[in-house]
Design a protein around this ligand. Structure first.
Ligand code: MN
Length: 251
């Protein structure tokens, strides 16, 4: 999988297989080539796998979660956004903002865009997807519900963990998505439960706005969302990608 990381005080990109990183010459999203230079995975610290200009999110995209939130099935995708400043990588702490008394996790599949995309058809959408990652659409639920729209509740710094890296291909028609808190499974579903699939989502979002290389789309969360407290460790796992782990810390 593709990763971004810090090594020797420098930001680098690489391709990770079986604990060995082969360093990229150039940027993964601009045709960077895998070199022969290697590093051990335990010598580096991961960064978010890409630097999006924006993070577009789909609300209510699993049948089971729409039911849990007592909302009707959407007829078309419901969009909202998180700012680029909310994005962090694997093992980085999520910082609890003092404004909220009720924080919740949301395990999600992240789509990473490969090239500028505007008005892309469902049939063509695959050509605009660089790959997939795990994400946690972290949410101040009390502020989200109090405000009637979602910007404040979704946008605090560190509220968009993404990682550990990006895989180019994924069996989206059959992959388990799971979230555990302190090792205990709280969300478990399958990407085959998505109301709108990844190609429909890329097409729909691109009909509203231009997507740029590195932009991220979060595809919605399954049932089982719930509160966490400072000290809790959340782990989002998707078959074929890996696990994204972040601890909530007090501000
Ligand atoms: Mn969400």
């Amino acid at each position: 999988m593709y990763i971004r990381f810090m090594h020797d005080g420098q930001e680098k990109q690489g391709f990770l297989t079986q604990g060995i990183i082969r360093i990229l010459d150039g940027d993964m999203l601009q045709g960077g080539k895998i070199s022969n230079e290697t590093l051990d995975f335990d010598e580096v610290s991961l960064l978010a796998p890409c630097c999006p200009s924006k993070v577009v999110c789909i609300g209510l995209n699993y049948k089971d979660h729409a039911k849990e939130m007592n909302m009707d099935m959407p007829k078309e995708p419901l969009l909202f956004m998180k700012p680029s400043t909310s994005v962090i990588g694997d093992k980085n702490p999520i910082v609890a903002p003092p404004q909220s008394q009720h924080l919740e996790y949301e395990a999600e599949l992240a789509i990473v865009i490969s090239q500028p995309a505007k008005n892309i058809s469902v049939e063509d959408a695959e050509n605009y997807i660089f790959g997939y990652s795990c994400a946690n659409d972290f949410t101040a639920r009390d502020l989200q519900l109090a405000d009637k729209q979602w910007t404040r509740g979704k946008s605090f710094d560190t509220f968009c963990p993404v990682g550990p890296g990006i895989v180019n291909t994924l069996k989206c028609e059959d992959a388990v998505i799971e979230l555990a808190v302190n090792g205990e499974v709280r969300q478990r579903s399958n990407l085959n439960q998505l109301i709108f699939n990844v190609h429909e989502i890329v097409s729909y979002v691109s009909s509203q706005m231009t997507l740029l290389p590195g932009d991220i789309i979060l595809t919605g969360t399954p049932h089982g969302v719930g509160p966490v407290e400072p000290g809790d460790v959340m782990a989002v796992s998707i078959d074929g990608i890996g696990t994204l782990t972040n601890q909530l810390t007090a501000s």
